[in-house]
Design a protein around this ligand. Sequence first.
Ligand code: AMP
Length: 281
Amino acid sequence: MRIVKSPKKMQEICINLKNQGKVISFVPTMGYLHEGHLSLMRIAKKKSDILVVSIFVNPTQFGPKEDFKRYPRDLKRDKRLLKEIGCDFIFMPDIKDMYPKMYDTYVEVEDLTKILEGKSRPEHFKGVTTVVAKLFNIIQPDIAVFGQKDFQQAVVVKKMVKDLNLPVKIIIAPTVREKSGLALSSRNEYLSSEEKKQVTALYRSLKLSEKMIASGERDSRKIISEMRKLIQKKPKAKIDYISINDSESLKPLNKLKGNVVISLAVLIGKTRLIDNIKIRV
Ligand code: AMP
């Protein structure tokens, strides 16, 4: 396993590998790796000759009041886990090399980023698509794997790839959860033990929606209202949004039909967590 910091060097290596006919897969991360990240890497490895993983806490996707500075980091542990999984290259650029002075170019997917996470975090997706486009240009992967956990991010990245004719196949991998149902996230680190107990209401509310749909409920408002009631029982929980949307167009649905995604963003104390499930109605 090699660690590369320079974008130029990483690009040279990848171009060389491609010229040798190697299939490159890529998993972008912000580090502080957990089983969710590793599951993406296992999928990527199976489909390629070379696995590249990036670790880069990307400042442009954090809002001014968000947790960029305190985002958890543990490079030593990350390196050990990546070695164990059989990662070939870790790309770990410095901020100054990704965004040098006078940096001035951004990639933006417009409509899909105006709702849900985009509404609550206005600059977030612009930062995500910009850094992912840069990483794709540096690494030039044949395959890139993203998690369903951040489903809007996956939809937005897929749209960018389609609209910009980027030659990369995007694979979306299922969400990995704790036994309690809590979706693994680097940000779970912020939760106190009391908050960890209360946070299980998020997944239970998603399971409740699944149950209501299975017993024939098709009215979004009724489903969302029951989910709200369940979450609001937890004193530390403050709901940002609960929404039911078409899983591709992301259009909000009043009546459930087709492939739907039920998603939520909830503050538990100071920690903002997101989760979702996809259901075929
Ligand atoms: P992050 O380090 O949070 O930027 O996440 C890097 C990638 O891991 C993204 O594609 C996420 O969607 C994915 N990911 C994060 N948490 C999980 C999880 N619990 N299960 C599966 N994928 C995940």
